[in-house]
Design a protein around this ligand. Structure first.
Ligand code: ZN
Length: 250
C-alpha cells in the first residue's frame, strides 16, 4: 500500500493542549530508534546531507524527552533549527515530534510491562473514546494483545495507550478470591449512546450509511497498514462493505 499523506490521516487529539500525563518513562532503546517516521523519512529522502539532518532531528527530540518538554514546543524548535535544510511546515514537524516522542513512551511502558510478566497477562489497547477519536482507534479499543507485541500502533497524531492486563487471582494461584470486574468502557455501548450527528461526524457519511445497514461492523473499522521505513499503523478501513472481524476483546 502506498503511504498516505499525513494531512489525510485522522488527528485524535488537540495537539496544542495535549500533555503526556501518566505515561511511563521513555526507554533508552526507544530513544535510540527514534525518528523512523514515514513522514520524517519522506522529508529526508533525496536530501544530500540527510544523515546529518536526521541526526540533528534525533538529538532535538531526545533532548525534548530528557527535559520533559511538550512535543508542540519540541516540534517548533526542530522546525526552526532545520528550516534552512527542510521544506516543511511547523504543523508537520509537530506531528513528527509528537508521534515519535509518544512512541518512545509506549516502548518504555512495554519494557516495564514485559519485566512484570509473572503478574501480567497482556495489554489492552485503550483509546480515549471521544468525539475526536477516529474509527480505527475506536475499533481497536479494548482489544487484548500479548505482552511481547509492541504498540498500540496507531496512526500519526493518535492518542492511544497500552493498559497492563493483570492475571486473574485464579491464574496467580488464589482460588477463593472473587475476581474484580474490569473498568474498560464498552466501545459499542459508547458509540450507540452518541447522537446521529456525532456518529456521522466520526464515521463520515459513506461509512455511516454502511454501518447503519450492517455492512460496516465496528470490529472491522481498523486496517493495519505497513509503512516502509517506519512501523505499521492502524488506520480507518475504507468505506466499502466489510465483514465482522474476530477480535480478542476484554
Ligand atoms: Zn485514531
Amino acid at each position: 500500500m502506498t503511504a498516505q499523506p499525513i494531512e489525510e490521516l485522522p488527528t485524535d487529539v488537540d495537539i496544542e493542549t495535549q500533555e503526556f500525563v501518566g505515561w511511563s518513562v521513555p526507554s533508552d532503546a526507544a530513544l535510540d530508534s527514534i525518528v523512523r517516521s514515514t513522514v520524517a523519512t519522506k522529508l529526508l529522502d533525496g536530501l544530500k546531507n540527510h544523515e546529518q539532518i536526521r541526526e540533528e532531528l534525533r538529538r532535538i527530540l531526545s533532548q525534548g524527552l530528557d527535559d520533559g518538554v511538550n512535543p508542540v514546543t519540541v516540534g517548533r524548535t526542530a522546525q526552526k533549527a532545520l528550516e534552512d535544510y527542510l521544506q516543511t511546515t511547523r504543523a508537520r514537524m509537530v506531528t513528527i515530534a509528537r508521534t515519535e516522542m509518544l512512541d518512545a513512551y509506549r516502548q518504555g511502558a512495554a519494557l516495564t510491562q514485559q519485566a512484570n510478566s509473572e503478574v501480567l497477562a497482556g495489554w489492552v489497547w485503550m483509546s480515549s473514546l471521544s468525539e475526536r477519536t477516529c474509527p480505527a482507534c475506536i475499533s481497536m479499543h479494548g482489544t487484548v494483545h500479548d505482552l511481547s507485541e509492541p504498540g498500540p500502533d496507531d496512526h500519526p497524531n493518535g492518542a492511544c495507550y497500552r493498559m497492563p492486563l493483570t492475571k486473574t487471582w485464579k491464574e496467580l494461584g488464589f482460588k477463593d478470591i472473587p475476581e474484580p470486574s474490569l473498568v474498560v468502557p464498552d466501545k459499542e455501548q459508547w458509540f450507540e449512546s452518541l447522537s446521529e450527528l456525532q456518529q456521522k461526524q466520526i464515521l463520515g457519511p459513506s461509512r455511516y450509511d454502511l454501518w447503519v445497514n450492517g455492512q460496516y461492523p465496528m470490529s472491522a473499522w481498523a486496517t493495519s497498514r505497513a509503512n516502509p521505513g517506519w512501523r505499521r499503523s492502524y488506520i480507518p478501513s475504507p468505506a466499502i462493505p466489510l465483514k465482522h472481524k474476530r477480535q480478542r476483546v476484554i
